[in-house]
Design a protein around this ligand. Structure first.
Ligand code: PGA
Length: 252
């Protein structure tokens, strides 16, 4: 089964309301340029609804950057995946900034994946090693540990709503992307691990690369056989560069 590429924009804690609307309009206006690629954007929480209005029926998917693990209750400041299910289609789990700035454990990330899937949404599970973990030769072991915890309770029937994003921490926001070879090697290792746990269904889960993806390097990264598109931070904040990256995914 062929895997449709995804190009997803993680806006992080950026954009004013006006900027978010303008960015969404810019992307919505250009979707016809991008054929055969699923597009998604992950704006800050308060802009989800206004961005959804601007995206209209273009087919661009909408996602949240984070969620809590419960349906409702006394969890001040948290956002339920069941509430998000009325607004968007996807939720990130375990982005490196959540893991390393906010101390989210592998176990909590797994609970977020479970809650997202239970609420009927797609979970984009982010995994990736620190620079010292790569330098000490532990990168694959770290990513496999994050996969095992993140997907501990996921069953094969839910895999259609799982996407993996490999984002080496040292490549995020640094301007230094992984080499296409390194991205391919890890995405292949992720696919192999998925096949080992889930069989053929596991092997067809889409695996994205993230970390300093730009219009200049996207084609080479996405041209790798196990890289099914990208999760894009900085370069997703301008419609032109986001669309250029999506076009690269469409043409490889
Ligand atoms: P970047 O961020 O493209 O700015 O490196 C990627 C991410 O954190 O998802």
């Amino acid at each position: 089964m062929s895997r449709k590429p995804i190009v997803a924009g993680n806006w992080k804690m950026n954009t004013t309301l006006d900027e978010a609307r303008t960015l969404a309009e810019g992307i919505a206006a250009r979707t016809a340029d991008v054929d055969g690629v699923e597009l998604a954007v992950f704006p800050p929480f308060p802009w989800l609804v206004p961005v959804r209005e601007r995206l209209g029926d273009t087919g661009v998917q909408l996602g949240a950057q984070n969620c809590y693990i419960k349906e409702s209750g006394a969890f001040t400041g948290e956002v339920s995946p069941w509430a998000l299910a009325g607004v968007c289609q996807m939720i990130l789990a375990g982005h490196s900034e959540r893991r390393h700035i906010f101390g989210e454990s592998d176990e909590l990330v797994g609970q977020k994946v479970d809650a997202t899937l239970s609420a009927g949404l797609t979970s984009v599970l982010c995994v990736g090693e620190l620079l010292d973990e790569r330098e000490s030769g532990d990168a694959i072991a770290v990513v496999e540990r994050q996969l095992a915890a993140g997907l501990a309770n996921v069953t094969t029937d839910l895999l259609q709503r799982v996407v993996i994003a490999y984002e080496p921490v040292w490549a995020i926001g640094t301007g230094v992307a992984a080499t296409p070879n390194d991205a391919q090697e890890m995405c292949a290792a992720i696919r192999q691990w998925m096949a080992g746990k889930f069989g053929d269904d596991g092997a067809t889960v889409r695996v994205l690369y993230g970390g300093s993806v730009s219009p200049d390097n996207a084609a080479e990264l996405f041209g790798q056989s196990d890289v099914d598109g990208g999760l894009v931070g900085g370069a997703s904040l301008k419609a032109d560069s986001f669309i250029a990256i999506a076009v690269a995914a469409a043409t490889v």
